[in-house]
Ligand binder design. Structure first.
Ligand code: AMP
Length: 113
């Protein structure tokens, strides 16, 4: 846990967020600046900066499985959805607590910008 990390603070409920799922491994909440009708961020409870520094395959798998569970709950499986993990500056990572974006509810362009 980091004292100052934004997502650690959301995990600790020090900062409000629209939480859609939480379990012993992850917390998932709606993105404050949504890029699709469903835009949820899934974060591990422990502080890991990015995919580049992640070493725990189970932790990473838990993010993906939670995203799939949320997609089912949001009713976007039929239309399809996307998961994205930005890593580093060129990918646009802005919060250095590893997180998986879940996007859906509209047609998504490919490739992303
Ligand atoms: P990334 O750019 O991949 O690091 O994604 C960080 C995401 O966090 C962005 O999509 C932001 O809109 C989102 N975000 C930033 N602050 C908050 C917040 N307080 N609550 C929810 N989402 C946030």
């Amino acid at each position: 846990m980091s004292d100052t990390c934004l997502f650690c603070r959301i995990v600790r409920k020090e900062i409000p967020a629209k939480i859609v799922l939480e379990n012993e491994h992850v917390v998932a909440f709606r993105d404050i600046d949504p890029k699709a009708p469903t835009h949820v961020l899934v974060v591990p409870r422990e502080h890991v900066e990015s995919l580049d520094t992640a070493t725990d395959a189970t932790m990473l798998g838990n993010l993906v499985l939670a995203a799939a569970e949320i997609a089912r709950a949001e009713g976007i499986v039929g239309g399809g959805y996307r998961t994205v993990m930005n890593c580093g500056a060129d990918a646009g990572q802005s919060v250095y607590h590893v997180h998986l974006h879940l996007l859906g509810g509209r047609r998504l362009a490919w490739p992303p910008g």
